[in-house]
Design a protein around this ligand. Sequence first.
Ligand SMILES: [Fe+2]
Ligand SMILES: [Fe+2]
Length: 325
Amino acid sequence: MDILVRDLYKLPVGAEFSGYFVIEHVEIRKHRTGDPFLRLVLSDRTGTFPALWWKPPKDADLGIFKKGDVVFVTGTVEYFQGSLQPKLKEIRKADQGEFNPEKFICRSRYSVDDQFTVLLETIESVENPYLKTLLESFFYDDSFVDKFLKAPAGKTIHHACIGGLLEHTLGVVEICETVARRFKTIDRDLLITAAILHDIGKVYEYAVDISISRTDEGILLGHLYMSCEMVAMKISEIKGFPRDLKTKLLHCILSHHGEYEHGSPKKPKTLEAVALAYADALDSRVKGFEEFIERELGSEKGWTKRHFAFEVPIFFDGNFNYGEE
Ligand SMILES: [Fe+2]
Ligand SMILES: [Fe+2]
């Protein structure tokens, strides 16, 4: 049996379980007697849980378990101070091919080909020749596109899956198209270009293996700066690119998290920048709710636990419908 973390939370105290999980955290601790035990945090794509390997065999080498390893465990459900904390009977490193990698990292459920076609059509619709050339310099470059199509848009909060960046980018583009139709004073080409490029730094901010992690570069620089740097470098190769257009575009990217406390070094100060910041927040927040409901509840109705970032429990009373026939 290979149980999902989501289903582990539904088992009664004393139930036995087994499954493959990724080690998120591991430490060797000591009982009062001096005997060692392992304290772990294990995960799959549906959640995480703490666990204890309370009584390892005397000859067990506890030092072989490292963060990022996939392990097979068996254990018994126990709770400590109201929180799930199973005790493990057995833990061993899993071999490649023994488990299904899809258990650990999800993929965008929308077709990559269909979404990329829409993105290219959107680029085609941009009339400003400088902005169009800039977009083409990224999206006609196979090595960049290869990375872009695989990248997630987040580690945990939203679009935390392979293909998530493409899905989120198109979501933001669609919202921006609507806003640009409603507000005629908005420079539509500038807003759409900013929407397409706003998160491209995530291609280098995240690394995707068996789980999603932030790279050193991502932690040290962040994708707002990284996206700006990538865009500025391409612009420097485009002859005659207007300086004020560059400033306005970089401002949109640099301010797209809206607030200083959300990591924006600048607050939005143009029509296009404020539209992009709200479009980004809208797409990521609704998707974040959707992913959390799916992770926590599966296909059931009811309440999730309190979301660690949104700070509310989420109520779901419908059916997941992704427009599939
Ligand atoms: Fe962002
Ligand atoms: Fe974004």
